[in-house]
Design a protein around this ligand. Structure first.
Ligand SMILES: [Fe+2]
Ligand SMILES: [Fe+2]
Length: 321
């Protein structure tokens, strides 16, 4: 299985490896099916930009370190309900959201890494909530690398899930961090630290962030800020994972602390399984697994059909194809 942009889809050679869901979380196209051009147009209209497919070169590749789709869509649904309760000024129930936070912490803890499913793989109506789930996973992976304890993980997870909750309270983009902060801090079941993540997630250490131009930005808020940027690079700008990683690395010591960027870059794989790559500037390959070293995956050389673990070959260069 591999992840492709919808524009790369080929009817003749590819079948879906994971289902496509509509905004009601119903399966629109099942795994194992190919998508005819008419249906593909509909998929594009739904704002779906990524597909998991199976084809000749992706045979035998499993992305084990990924949330399964039903779990992912369940989390998205819970977050959507909370966001809508806040938007409609109803009594918003935080308990299910806290359970999602616990679940995501568990998923991150039990695996070496977790590959995020791009929010572009789901109906656009659900994408803001998929973004929240992904930002949380990326934050937690970074925090795990930084040896955060359970309480800190929980505060970070809730703050990350709800970092954009202010957008449900105001239409004014510039006020969403503060509105989010006010909402979260008024709930006694949510720690003040989580509320500050919402308040500071657009602040940067150069003092050019928003809304308060802080220079002393909380570490947790920096983690969520970096995760937020990375997720937007992939989902909104449609950058590839290695390009998004490069963009994030460029912010080290400029807009975010070196140690935060370092932890992020060590926690999130640059070349997830299924990525087409070139090794040693000549051989075409595809990443089959990420095991010993996140940035040095196992690559199948397409011309020879055999796998090379780049962790054992430190001099072989890997580049995007
Ligand atoms: Fe935001
Ligand atoms: Fe965001």
């Amino acid at each position: 299985m591999r992840l492709i942009n919808v524009s790369e889809y080929k009817y003749e050679t590819m079948v879906l490896a994971k289902p496509v869901y509509d905004s009601k979380k119903r399966i629109l196209i099942a795994a194992g099916k190919s998508i005819n051009p008419k249906v593909l147009d509909r998929v594009k209209q739904m704002g779906i930009s990524y597909l998991f497919v199976e084809d000749e070169i992706s045979k035998g590749i499993d992305i084990d370190d990924m949330l399964d789709m039903p779990k992912w869509t369940d989390c998205i649904q819970v977050i959507k309900e909370y966001f809508e309760q806040v938007r409609d000024e109803e009594e918003a129930n935080i308990l299910p959201v806290q359970r999602v936070a616990d679940q995501l912490i568990e998923e991150v803890k039990k695996r070496p890494t977790l590959v995020t499913i791009p929010s572009g793989a789901i109906d656009q109506e659900l994408q803001p909530y998929a973004h929240a789930v992904n930002v949380t996973i990326l934050s937690l992976l970074t925090a795990k690398k930084m040896s955060y304890n359970n309480i800190q993980m929980k505060e970070l997870a809730l703050g990350s899930i709800l970092h954009d909750i202010g957008k449900m309270i105001t239409d004014e983009y510039s006020s969403h961090p503060e509105e989010g902060f006010n909402h979260l801090r008024s709930n006694r079941q949510i720690s003040l630290m989580s509320a500050h993540i919402a308040y500071q997630h657009h602040e940067t250490i150069d003092g050019k962030g928003a809304p308060r131009q802080l220079t002393d930005v909380l570490e947790v808020a920096q983690i969520a800020g970096v995760a937020n940027n990375y997720e937007n690079h992939i989902s909104k700008e449609q950058l590839l994972p290695h390009q998004a990683m490069e963009a994030v690395m460029a912010t080290s010591d400029v807009t975010y602390s070196f140690h935060v960027i370092q932890a992020f870059s060590q926690a999130v794989p640059t070349y997830p399984p299924g990525t087409k790559v070139k090794i040693a500037s000549k051989e075409d390959g595809i990443v089959t697994r990420v095991q010993q070293h996140l940035q040095r995956p196992v690559v199948r050389v397409l011309s020879k059909g055999r796998d090379i673990d780049l962790a054992d070959h430190p001099t072989l260069m890997i580049e995007p194809m």
